[in-house]
Design a protein around this ligand. Structure first.
Ligand code: GLP
Length: 264
């Protein structure tokens, strides 16, 4: 796990966008794993700007989103389908057939989840997975106690996540109880992960994820076991890390070629 602390969420988001853009330029047929929530919004804005201003080409890119609410039609304003089209897909030249988001209206949910997994494998696996983190340590919608080797499946949200996500709905009562989410095992199979977390309200869970034990109680802590995860956070979210000085020291003293791989 590499921890990069930037002064602001904007600085960290720019780096996340550069890492994704670099991946696409290096391999135009890249498979991206994408996330929703407030956290990745700036990263998507940067990617849109890179497409419009620098010609970043999404035409051969395939995407897989982490999760979706069960029972919401794709055109529901709070669905993750709507979110992704609103903030990223409609602004870039991605082919709609290459966009994959779990279908919250699937009739046969176990079969749909198996097919989602099969499709990720058939596309060669995810090259870079973008992640946020829930206040309780969930990634995707893998709530505490999720199996660390879980695959795409249905999950039940915690009361806390329902409350946290209610800002995208008119009220907490409207947040669906059930969701479809890639599993932790699915996420762990990605060749690289970029996890973003911003603000003081994420500081405690970031410290548990990075410095606590690997535990199903903090699903994001599984990433300690991942071969190539970059945790990109702002100053505020770094407030509870005990080895903050060390992470900054490592970053400041990187060989120039390594810094270039991240910042250029
Ligand atoms: C939702 C999403 C997660 C996201 C989390 C954090 O639960 N399923 O993928 O990481 O919210 O959201 P935010 O970025 O708004 O804090």
């Amino acid at each position: 796990m590499e921890v990069i602390i930037k002064p602001t969420a904007g600085d960290a988001s720019l780096i996340a966008a550069k890492l994704i853009a670099r991946q696409i330029r290096h391999k135009p047929t890249s498979v991206l794993g994408l996330a929703t929530g407030n956290t990745p919004l700036d990263t998507y804005r940067h990617l849109v700007k890179m497409h419009q201003g620098e010609g970043l080409d999404f035409s051969r890119v395939t995407t897989f989103n982490l999760d979706e609410y069960v029972g919401l039609a794709p055109d529901h304003p709070a669905s993750y389908h709507s979110f992704m089209w609103e903030y990223l897909f409609k602004h870039v030249n991605i082919k709609p057939l290459q966009v994959n988001i779990p279908n919250g209206l699937a009739k046969n949910i176990p079969e749909h989840c198996r097919e989602y997994e099969d499709k990720i494998r058939a596309c060669g696996g995810i090259d870079i997975q973008l992640l946020g983190i829930g206040g309780d340590g969930h990634i995707g919608f893998n709530e505490p106690c999720s199996s660390l080797s879980s695959r795409t499946r249905i999950k039940t949200l915690t009361r806390r996540t329902i409350q946290d996500n209610s800002t995208f709905f008119d009220s907490a009562e409207q947040v669906p109880l059930h969701v479809l989410t890639m599993g932790i095992g699915t996420i762990m199979d990605s060749r690289s992960c970029v996890l973003l977390a911003f603000g003081t309200r994420k500081a405690e869970i970031v410290a548990k994820m990075v410095e606590g034990p690997i535990s199903a109680m903090v699903p994001a802590s599984a990433l300690q076991w991942h071969e190539k995860t970059t945790v990109l956070i702002d100053e505020e979210a770094s407030g509870k890390l005990t080895r903050k000085d060390y992470y900054q020291w490592v970053y400041q003293n990187k060989p120039a070629w390594q810094t270039a791989e991240i910042e250029s």
